[in-house]
Design a protein around this ligand. Structure first.
Ligand code: GDP
Ligand code: MG
Length: 735
């Protein structure tokens, strides 16, 4: 007799009441902050949507292709069917509160992924069951490695006939060099309907479709043969796990049998091994067909860590409040909202906070996150995520604390514990990131001009841009005094397009973007030294400044005093405020190089001498300093530096030679070609951005659609003179 236990998710209203209780209680051990990462199209958004639905947070199921999902809530995302904002959503599940951060999959938004990884304690990596480990999967996996995040893998799209679970598991082992442990196996009925075998409980799980997968059946296996087969898998799992967990190993040895090991023991061992990143549990299902999602949510509760089990470095704050800003979103009614991950202490409404750059601000309201819906709360505890209103100057990446003293003390305690512990360099990098004043923002690789529809809209446009910049520091906004245009710098075409459509939909300003251009930088050809004296009469008062400045190739400092034996006395006598004025003026001239207007880098300005007549205005001194640097730049001349992209391409062996030949025509530097499994190669190259326009479609053609690729900016490099000439002519619009 088959023993069926029907699992029903409670009636929606009961569920909500239950959630409310959980949300109010929310001890840190009951919280899971989880990121969800994947290659684009693997099914992240669809999976998130299902979780919200089964947790009772939404009334109906959203679908990506219908454009009504909760997490892809920006209009542009809906239109494009991709996820751009890592919006946060919160839901209760079996007594735990899960904060889930959806992350963008496109390379134009890698900064957002980085920031959201600061805020989570574990991640779900979604694989497309028909594609296995793809290029972007490798990228996000590496990012999760850097943040030392425990993870679960969900093999999605297992409903498709071409899905291959075993291949995915092999991919995890080979391409990601990890230790997957399979908690489930797929099976299909004659009609092709997917269901799941659970290795730990030895049950068959099947989902009803009448209620959109809200209920599922757990039953004993149909035949003895199947039972034996699954029992073997269970034994393998125990065997594998006991290799990573001593407690389990001892039980196995003392009972001398796998059969006597209880489910609880396996789950406990699995939790330890997962949290210590020794193994990665693998689950499967089909988000689109509503299969397997509840078990994935159970696994988040069971195997991924609570906040207190990670982030030990934040203990330096004691019980005082500390929080990391991982995202700023714009809400039509509430204005800018700051998403904060609480690292320690409590955050209350009305609290005054300081950010790492020193400004003090007051939190006027706190909400809990449900994508584009918010519910007000009065306080939020350690480990949780809060949405704060009222913070006007914080930017993504800021560390918030309750006072300067608290921040200083924390830093001191951290240093002390560092001296007593033997930390790795990697740990220290993470610590440093915690206390850095400015978050690391990637350099813009493209720029374009942006024009308001009319001159009267200029101010509104500037205001809107400054709001957008707080949300997304990788957007650069500058003003070009020569052309009189506002200039946007960013990560790619999609990035700029999104800005344009958000300007229209959120701020009602229909801006025009100029053609997209590559953001070259410039550096000086050789050192140069000059003296510039300027004299002028402005409104009856005599202005006079004489400056001696030098430019040298140096990456360490931008501006310093050349205290040679002859200069030292004179320079020591200069007032600090005057030096600040000189510095500001001189540095402003590095913003626009003489060659193509690119930022001048790797160049240091040395001040040798400054003689300023009494009564000379600061603005005059500043202008003279800028003029002097400009003079030096045109005297010595500059060379261009071009943005370089790091590419990783995975392609079948038979296509690699074609791909490599094409890459060498694109001035690519081939760094490595190594085997990936039996049939594929991984090609690692650096190539100039200028040669990569339309590359993804070119790659598709060369490889007949079989190659995968990721691309990310990796700095700037000098170019040879003939390439440089082409670039200059292009930048001037001559080619
Ligand atoms: P994301 O880019 O990772 O957020 O992926 P989406 O959730 O937007 O899904 C990409 C596409 O795959 C959409 O058209 C989904 O309807 C489809 N999809 C997602 N999950 C499944 C699944 O389990 N099975 C099938 N057959 N299609 C799916
Ligand atoms: Mg998505």
């Amino acid at each position: 007799i088959m023993q069926n236990a029907l699992h029903r998710v409670p009636f929606r209203h009961c569920r909500l009441m239950l959630c409310a209780q959980i949300l109010r209680r929310s001890y840190s051990s009951d919280i899971r902050n989880i990121g969800i990462l994947a290659h684009i199209d693997a099914g992240k958004t669809t999976t998130t949507e299902r979780m919200l639905y089964y947790a009772g947070k939404t009334r109906s199921l959203g679908e990506v292709h219908r454009g009504n999902t909760v997490t892809d809530y920006l209009t542009q995302e809906r239109e494009r069917g991709i996820t751009i904002c890592s919006s946060a959503v919160t839901f209760g599940w079996n007594g735990k509160r899960i904060n889930l951060l959806d992350t963008p999959g496109h390379i134009d938004f890698t900064m957002e992924v980085e920031q959201s990884l600061h805020a989570v304690d574990g991640v779900i990596v979604v694989l497309d069951g028909t594609a296995g480990v793809e290029a972007q999967t490798v990228t996000v996996w590496t990012q999760a490695d850097k943040h030392k995040l425990p993870r679960l893998v969900f093999v999605n799209k297992m409903d498709r006939p071409d899905a291959d679970f075993d291949r995915c598991v092999q991919d995890l082992r080979n391409k990601l060099e990890t230790t997957p442990v399979c908690l489930q196996y797929p099976t299909k009925s004659i009609e092709g309907q997917l269901s799941i075998y659970d290795v730990i409980t030895l049950e068959h799980l099947s989902w009803q479709q009448g209620d959109l997968g809200r209920s599922y059946k757990q039953s004993k296996l149909e035949t003895a043969e199947l039972s034996v087969e699954l029992q073997e898998k269970r034994n393998e799992l125990i065997d594998q796990l006991s290799g990573h967990d001593d407690e389990l190993a001892e039980v196995v040895i003392s009972t001398e049998s796998f059969d006597k090991v209880s489910n609880e023991l396996i789950m406990q061992a699995l939790r330890r091994a997962t949290c210590q990143q020794k193994v990665v549990p693998v689950l499967l299902g089909s988000a689109y067909k509503n299969i397997g999602i509840q078990r994935l949510m159970d696994a988040v509760n069971s195997y991924l860590p609570a906040p207190a089990e990670r982030n030990q470095i934040y203990e330096c704050f004691g019980n005082e409040f500390a929080g990391k800003v991982f995202k700023i979103v714009h809400d039509k009614q509430r204005g800018a909202l700051t998403l904060v991950r609480l690292l320690s202490g409590e955050l209350k409404r009305g609290m005054r906070l300081i950010c790492s750059r020193g400004q003090a601000e007051t939190v006027t309201k706190i909400y809990e996150p449900l994508a584009d819906e918010y519910r007000e709360v009065s306080a939020v505890q350690t480990g949780d995520v809060a949405i704060c209103a009222g913070l006007k100057t914080t930017v993504t990446g800021d560390l918030l604390s309750s006072s300067h003293a608290s921040l200083k003390n924390a830093q001191k305690r951290l240093l002390k514990s560092r001296n007593s512990n033997t930390n790795t360099a990697e740990d220290e990098d993470l610590d440093d990131e915690l206390f850095t004043i400015e978050p690391q923002i990637p350099d813009a690789v493209y720029f374009c001009s942006i024009e308001p529809p009319s001159i009267s809209a200029q101010t509104a446009m500037e205001h809107a841009l400054s709001q957008l910049r707080r949300e997304d520091p990788s957007l650069r906004v500058s003003y070009d005094a020569v052309t009189g245009q506002t200039v946007l710098g960013g990560m790619g075409e999609l990035h700029m397009d999104i800005i344009k459509s958000r300007m229209l939909s959120e701020y009602k300003i229909d801006v025009d973007l100029g053609p997209l251009q590559i953001a070259y930088k410039e550096t000086i050809e050789a050192p140069a030294l000059t003296t510039l004296s300027v004299e002028k009469e402005i409104a009856g008062s005599k202005q006079n400044a004489s400056l001696t400045l030098e430019l040298v190739n140096d990456q360490s400092e931008l501006f310093s005093l050349a205290k040679t034996p002859e200069n030292v006395q004179h320079l020591n006598a200069l007032r600090p405020r005057l030096i600040q004025v000189l510095r500001k003026g001189a540095l402003s001239a590095l913003e626009r190089g003489p060659r193509v207007g690119g930022q001048v880098v790797d160049t240091q300005i040395l001040l040798h001498n400054a003689t300023i007549a009494r009564g000379t205005a600061d603005s005059f001194v500043m202008a003279t300093a800028a003029q002097c640097v400009q003079k030096l730049l045109s005297m010595t001349g500059t060379r261009l530096l071009e943005p370089i992209m790091a590419l990783e391409i995975v392609a079948p062996n038979e296509h690699t030679s074609g791909i490599l030949a094409d890459l060498s025509r694109r001035r690519a530097l081939i760094k490595d070609v190594m085997p990936k499994g039996d049939r594929n190669k991984l090609i690692v190259v650096n190539a100039p951005l200028a040669e990569l326009s339309g590359y993804s479609s070119a790659l598709r053609t060369i490889s007949s659609g079989t190659a995968n690729m990721t691309m990310q900016p990796c700095g700037f490099a000098e170019m040879n003179s003939s390439d440089e000439l082409i670039a200059v002519r292009r930048a001037q619009g001559l080619e």
